[in-house]
Design a protein around this ligand. Sequence first.
Ligand SMILES: Nc1ncnc2c1ncn2[C@@H]1O[C@H](COP(=O)(O)OP(=O)(O)O)[C@@H](O)[C@H]1O
Ligand SMILES: [Mg+2]
Length: 415
Amino acid sequence: MRDALSNPFQPGSDVVPEIWAGRTEQLSDWRDVLRPRLQAGLFERGRTILGEPGLGKSSLVRRIAAQAERDGDWVTPQIRLALGTDPVKRIATEVLRLAEMAGLPAARENRITALLDRVQSVAASGVSVGLRDRVGVEPHIALTELLVEIGYAAIRQGAVVLIHVDEVQNITDESLLSQILISLGDAITREVDVDVPAVGVVTRSLPIAVYLTGLTEFDDRSGARKGATFARRFATTTLEPIGDDDLRSALRPLIVSGWELPSPAGEMRVVRLAPDAAETIVDVCRGEPFLFQLAGQRAWYAGDGDVITRGDVLTGWRQAQPEAVSHVERILERLPQREREFVTAMAELPPRDRSQGQIAARAGFAKATDAGTPSQRLDRVRGIIGRGKVYTFRHRAIEAFLTSDWPAIGERPPR
Ligand SMILES: Nc1ncnc2c1ncn2[C@@H]1O[C@H](COP(=O)(O)OP(=O)(O)O)[C@@H](O)[C@H]1O
Ligand SMILES: [Mg+2]
């Protein structure tokens, strides 16, 4: 009964999980700010959502995109950029799909047909120099112009366009990165004149929303090298772990109403979560969405009764521990040496002694000021620590891993 098909928890990446927790600020930003403003013709910056692996960047924007789709908006799939592929080509392909949703291929204007041809050749062969020479227009300009046409069509049909580019840290080629940022940025900042009945000509922005998601490394590229223009066009958020109260709220329906199982025989079966089992899931996952799903998934499999017990959670978590360890180790291993030394030293000190100077001394840095850049990056770019009077951990799984037995849990499950 509690099998793979019925399991509502899903620790795989790139799926919108059925048990959803928190991120209300970002969801409301789309619903209450971004979408209504774009629909009203007001400019709104694109959104860049960065964070350490497993914090739910991709899922968040897929959830927003799913909502948008239900509202009739024109949405790209997750344009996931693999390392070493031509990102302009990928984006061009998806923009052509948007053009199809907009009905542009049926348009009779030569201008639009020529534009579609241009972008089709970009989608087919990418940004090749030969192509640029032959046609005389930079590929990314053709992309921008096609986006503008899609934007016009969206205005006419009352839709909003949502473009989601994922794993943006994989755009390692600077010239390609700048072409993409310019192309998308030019489209969202473009002002057009439209005829409004009874009012006349009104200048407005295009209803195009751009979401860029990826690892925090992207900040270095876009931030330092693209400078002020990028900041004026994209607002960056760094995701943090999910708060325990949000995780509790997410599990609450499983306690109160339970999870209904499809049953071949037709009778309804419901699996409930015991309150202390929910509390244990919240406790072991330390705000990590990935570990939350993992803990839930394993608890589901750990028994077959109508109630998921605390014992099930403990049994499940014991099996999940190696994965929990590699999850955190993966995040730590990605840190540059100085930053890793800094968090490790910070964890070794008692919480009240975690000042920059003491951490620097503990880490063996020659001067206290050597800790400046690593600690600033751990705070501002990665959201792993917070620099108050004493420094604190914001990434609670890293804290737990470095300062305690976690993910081990002391007691044995009741037999
Ligand atoms: N808000 C959320 N509530 C519950 N689970 C989530 C949430 N966001 C993400 N997850 C789960 O966490 C895991 C990692 O999410 P993902 O979006 O792939 O992370 P990222 O893209 O940041 O690496 C997935 O299993 C996903 O289902
Ligand atoms: Mg992702």
